[in-house]
Design a protein around this ligand. Structure first.
Ligand code: PLP
Length: 384
């Protein structure tokens, strides 16, 4: 069978063998309800708390500040709704380049009477902290700015923005779904009160995530019911997924140096080789960026057509976020950076993980060169 190459790790990652191994006993041996008092329950509680410590270590938090959710989307929803319902006002400041988990939720909170200011970015893909400062009002209850963008990998000036929020006594949330496990993430250094992360972006299972809640932050619960997660998030704990996330967090911590070196080199290799072999290539987004994402535009290329053609050749890449692909709407992230619509439509995202090799990248580059050449020739014939 032809080798299949996966370079869409920002959409999701393969569950690591060590993660799966850690999860398996939770289905049939340690299957208890972590809230039960008997031994089955105690065994489940032990592994849940072990996982909580591993996640806390990865982000420099106290384990009591780590609350398990059903994923990054729920954590983002909780941050917004929790502050609208339990905070000091009804105005949220966010950015134009957030994931739909934030942007679509903002539309819903607006429809319920809240106010939202969306701050844009410059052509490098970065938010200006000054623009955030200027958007603050008396009734601002939350500032939510993502740590690193899922389409371009551009890292936002979180420390500066959190400093502004702190000065004004406003709760600060960051969606760190893409940055955790790719670069060092420390909640104290970043100065955040709330932080979202997700298991399946770091070789853990899908359907598990965390909302980090700094001690003392007043936020209303999002899921109500039983008194799970110290009365903060109701619902029987998903023990296998939590254990998987714990194992993934340990692995991510060990592999951080490799991300910063080998994977960053692989990303540079993609950019350099693509630019050498194909004309009309531009890199979207400037440093600082995550080591594992590159977003490239190719003159006179239809991005969606290229994704399909590459897939037929066994190579998985994407045009942007998996949550908006298929919508044929141009990327809101690249549009916010001021790119022309035809440049936006010609962009591809390549996202790496520590399983990827230089052989895979070289093979992808060959396919890319072939596909771009073929599609450009076709487009010329159609337009001519
Ligand atoms: N936030 C960002 C930046 C993401 O990239 C994603 C997933 O693509 C999410 C939130 C949603 O996370 P989940 O898939 O765990 O719901």
């Amino acid at each position: 069978m032809k080798q299949r190459i996966y370079l869409d790790n920002s959409a999701t990652t393969r569950v690591d063998d060590l993660v799966l191994e850690a999860m398996l006993p939770c289905f049939q041996e340690k299957f208890g309800n972590a809230s039960s008092v008997h031994l089955f329950g105690q065994e489940a509680r032990t592994v849940v708390e072990e996982a909580r410590r591993s996640v806390a270590e990865l982000i420099g938090a106290d384990p009591r500040e780590v609350v398990f959710t059903s994923g990054g989307t729920e954590a983002d929803n909780w941050a917004l709704w929790g502050m609208i319902r339990g905070g000091r006002g009804n105005h949220i400041i966010t950015t134009a380049i957030e994931h739909p988990a934030i942007l679509e939720t903002c539309k819903v909170v607006e429809s319920q009477g809240a106010e939202v200011t969306r701050v844009s970015v410059d052509s490098s893909g970065r938010v200006d902290p000054q623009a955030i400062r200027e958007a603050i009002r008396e009734n601002t209850t939350l500032i939510s700015v993502m740590h690193a963008n899922n389409e371009t990998g551009v890292i936002q000036p979180i420390e500066e923005i959190s400093g502004i929020a702190r000065e004004r006594g406003i709760v600060f949330h960051t969606d760190a779904v893409q940055s955790v496990g790719k670069i060092p993430v420390d909640v104290d250094r970043l100065g955040v009160d709330l932080l979202s992360l997700s298991g399946h972006k770091i070789h853990g299972p899908k359907g598990i995530g965390v909302l980090y809640i700094r001690k003392g932050t007043r936020i209303a619960p999002f899921m109500t019911g039983g008194s799970h997660e110290r009365k903060r998030r109701a619902g029987t704990e998903n023990v296998p997924a939590i254990v998987g996330l714990g194992a993934a967090a340990r692995l991510a911590r060990e592999r951080l140096p490799e991300m910063g070196r080998r994977i960053a080199e692989l990303r540079d290799h993609i950019e350099n080789e693509a630019s050498d072999r194909i004309n009309g290539v531009r890199v979207n987004g400037l440093e600082p960026r995550l080591p594992n994402i590159t977003n490239l535009s190719f003159e006179r290329l239809e991005g969606e057509a290229a994704v399909i053609a590459m897939d037929l050749d066994g190579v998985a890449v994407s045009t942007g976020s998996a949550c908006s692909s298929g919508s044929l709407e141009p990327s809101h992230v690249l549009m916010a950076m001021g790119l022309r619509p035809e440049v936006v439509q010609s962009s591809l995202r390549f996202s790496l993980c520590f399983h990827n090799t230089v052989q895979e990248v070289d093979c992808m580059l060959q396919t890319l060169q072939k596909v771009v050449g073929r599609l450009r020739k076709l487009a010329k014939r159609v337009s001519g």
